[in-house]
Write a protein that binds this ligand. Structure first.
Ligand code: ADP
Ligand code: GLC
Length: 475
């Protein structure tokens, strides 16, 4: 097995705020099928430490940005983890990035510079006889890995930065340069400087040997002003070293035939009971339109304000909505109000893994109206569970759903609905189409069956990553 180090700020099932955790948690098993031995460096948040065993200390650092630190190697949930124990940075309440009241920790630049610093050190020195051939860093939190690695001489592994979300640039005030151990010479327009500040993501985009993102369509979008977050010029300059590799999902955790959270089923017809249970759970009556669900962070990215405006098109035609999500307080309030105002709308504000399984299992359709979406995972869960995805035409949602156009339907390949542009008007149109298609049972069942047959695991993407790793680390 060839060694590869992955560096991420979250990793399912130990610590998760979004899809990054799912991907970081699934990649090691996916890459093992390709002969790669992936170990994952993650911060020692309290939740991570309490869920993993003692393992053994494999590296120590006297002063890691203000305190002592060590790396503990453990195996937890089948994952080979390298846990960065640095109590002055990670032993606190709240979430991975926020204090208990939801505000970003003020020392986030140092916390994730520390993660990146140790990623580079393990990359350069290895642990014991395990010497990574590739260091694979994820998002801005690991964005400084390639830069730190480049300072460690030529005899070093190649680096890859994967962009899961270009909207988070990892900004820090310019005067932290020395504290973050960044080379003065790199504070330029061609380096890690961005609008006279430090951008950890930009540093990664400049210094990584290769950049990937989580779908081919998002890779193309990143070259444009609309999606490039001000870095589209840099992305165009690096286009030869940029690839889009689609995320997969964990086919064991998300399997309608064995899922411990639901009464299991194997075919679209089997979801009847799951749907009845979901209606009961959300206190929704019987209705003759489709039962649609949303499982999502409530943030501007996800376009749920667009959905609020389009909802009458669904519920006035006998359709229903059950939503699970949390985040933006304004959106939480608006969804609660919508639920109070209409018997066909039910909302649960919160984060609940088990409930998310029950919802996707019981749903006729899953809605993902995102303004932008690097890949998106919930539409993939929907496909696997016979919940037809109704998605915006953007990013990974383009690449994972085959739209029910007249030709898509006639040739029998369609798996969902796409709408464009990303407006409430266009979404309302898609919801009206969905109600119509739903009422033609043969057609709807065909969409479900096609979706349940679609490849949504890592079968195709693991070889793509493996080919990239090989190319970057020739024997
Ligand atoms: P993002 O990473 O942008 O949030 P993804 O679709 O890639 O979007 O991944 C989101 C992940 O988080 C999925 O696994 C989804 O099921 C999960 N998720 C989001 N919100 C909730 C919630 N409120 N409760 C349970 N799971 C959630
Ligand atoms: C990000 C993106 C999402 C993607 C996930 C995993 O959070 O918003 O689209 O699926 O990362 O790559």
């Amino acid at each position: 097995m060839k060694p590869v180090l992955s560096v991420a700020s979250e990793c399912a099932p130990l610590i998760k705020t979004g899809g990054l955790a799912d991907v970081a948690g699934a990649l090691p098993a996916a890459m093992a099928t390709q002969g790669w031995d992936m170990r994952t460096l993650i911060p020692g948040y309290p939740a991570v430490i309490s869920q993993s065993g003692r393992g053994r200390v494999v590296m120590e650092e006297d002063d890691l940005f203000g305190g002592p630190a060590r790396i503990r190697a453990v195996i937890a949930d089948g994952l080979k983890l390298l846990i960065l124990e640095a109590p002055h940075l990670f032993d606190r309440g709240g979430g991975p990035y926020n204090d208990p009241s939801g505000r970003d920790w003020p020392d986030n630049p140092a916390r994730f510079a520390a993660l990146s610093w140790m990623g580079a050190r393990i990359g350069a020195e290895g642990v014991g006889r395990w010497m990574p051939r590739i260091v694979h860093a994820h998002d801005w939190q690991a964005g400084l890995v390639p830069l730190y690695l480049s300072q460690r001489g030529d005899d070093r592994p190649s680096s890859i930065l994967t962009i899961h979300n270009m909207a988070f640039l990892g900004m820090a005030p310019a005067n932290l340069r020395a504290a973050l151990r960044l080379p003065e010479s790199g504070f330029t327009q061609d380096g890690y400087e961005f609008w006279n500040q430090i951008s950890a993501l930009k540093a990664g985009l400049v210094w990584a040997d290769h950049i990937t993102t989580v779908s081919p369509s998002y890779a193309r979008e990143l070259l444009t002003q609309e999606y490039g977050a001000g870095l589209d010029g840099l992305m165009r300059a690096r286009a030869a070293n940029l690839s889009g590799i689609l995320n997969g999902i964990d086919l064991e955790a998300w399997n309608p035939a064995t899922d411990p959270h639901i009464e299991t089923y194997k075919s679209p017809g089997g979801k009847r009971r799951a749907k009845a249970a979901l209606r009961a759970e959300f206190e929704l009556d019987e209705a003759d339109g489709p039962l649609c669900v949303v499982v999502s962070r409530l943030s501007d990215q996800k376009g749920l304000d667009i959905l609020l405006d389009a909802l009458p098109a669904l519920v006035d035609r006998g359709g229903q909505l059950a939503l699970l999500g949390s985040g933006d307080k304004g959106l939480e309030t608006r969804f609660r109000q919508a639920a109070n105002a209409h018997p066909n709308i039910a909302v649960h504000i919160g984060y609940d893994e088990a409930k998310s399984h029950r919802m996707i299992a019981g749903a006729d359709a899953i809605l993902v109206p995102s303004r932008f979406e690097p890949c998106g995972l919930t539409q993939l869960y929907g496909l696997r569970y016979g919940a037809v995805p109704i998605v915006a035409y953007t990013g990974g949602l383009i690449d994972t759903v085959i739209p029910a156009t007249p030709m898509g339907l006639r040739t029998g390949v369609a798996t969902g609905l796409q709408f464009h542009p990303v407006t409430s008007h266009a979404l309302a149109g898609a919801l009206i189409d969905a109600v119509t298609l739903y009422k033609r049972p043969g057609t709807w069942a065909a969409l479900q069956k096609n979706g349940m047959r679609q490849q949504v695991g890592w079968e195709a993407s693991a070889p793509d990553y493996a080919a990239l790793y090989e190319e970057l680390s020739p024997d």
